[in-house]
Design a protein around this ligand. Sequence first.
Ligand SMILES: C[S@@+](CC[C@H](N)C(=O)[O-])C[C@H]1O[C@@H](n2cnc3c(N)ncnc32)[C@H](O)[C@@H]1O
Length: 360
Amino acid sequence: MKTMTQAPNAKRLTQASTPEALLAFELSGEHETLPEGEVLACMRALEIEHDIVKSGEQCLLLNIGNDPCEISKMLSTRLAMTHHIVSVILKSDPLESSILESVRAAEITVPRGETFSVRVKQIKGSFIRSTRMERLIGKVIFERNIGAKVDLANPDHRFRAIVTKDSCVFGEVLASIDRGKFWDRKPHKKPFFYPGAISPDIARAIVNLCEIRTDDLVLDPFCGTGGILLEAGMIRARVLGIDVQESMVRGADTNLRSHGFEYRLASGDACNLPLKDGSIDAVVTDPPYGRSVVVMAESVESLYKNALLEIYRVMKKGGRAVVVSDFELPWADEVGFVVTGLYKNRVHRSLTRYILVLRK
Ligand SMILES: C[S@@+](CC[C@H](N)C(=O)[O-])C[C@H]1O[C@@H](n2cnc3c(N)ncnc32)[C@H](O)[C@@H]1O
């Protein structure tokens, strides 16, 4: 029985034996719940049916329908806080002997003349020795597949074990997220820089949490340098940014200009938006926290209350908003929103961000 699915760069197909596929998402350890929330929100946004098999410990296991390659490809262009998406061949307990026994029992095919690599990711709390494990698994696959060669740099098949403290999943990598691209878009590398801009990986993760679909009209009413708008535009949303400072609007324009998608920018007050009722699909925003960035309102409290009222007014019914702050926004439900998610993101000792997911 063949249980392997095809990697995007695989030269020859190995077929899935059942209509269902098990995917493992190796998640970033930077945050406890946000990476998992991001994957699940993307699954909903892309309308991919799935069952959660296991969650936690930086490894999310999902049962999906057909086409794991296509699905992984779609997800990998959106996700910010996942490292790899793996088509699972086997699960075992996390002991060296059990993993090897399972690998020996599984049918893992590498066609003659093709190359493979084995990598083992040890998640905090597991006791495996990863380099030794890589060598042992590699030896089993090598001995089993005559004519296959090891190539650690650019293999045709990338096998990966994710070992947590209580389990191991092993499979073939279908897609990896190029997280370096997010580093290339760090605020200080953009043509217009202003302190307080959100980092692109967090911006992308919150855009994803908002379950944005292609062509949705997305508003950031505190757009600053345009960091959130850029990430939303890159997943093919139509974006609209508003900021009270003219200089920010011009700066956001400089930052968005070369990215090849359409956007609209205007100067204005988030507490008095120049937009019609029910005209916006989604809002993703990072308002000022009242620390160093300009707050154009009587107080931080009045800014948030009035901006939330306006955000609610301009959004379509059923639409989602993701609002980042350094407190929990006690007024969200007073305004009429249903709070569907809350993530805490500790930035440093004196700043914890609260990421609220709201539904109208
Ligand atoms: C934290 S910054 C946004 C950072 C942004 N996410 C980025 O990546 O650059 C908050 C922005 O809110 C703007 N702002 C302050 N008061 C405002 C108001 N009443 N209406 C609209 N924008 C306002 C500030 O000018 C600032 O650019």
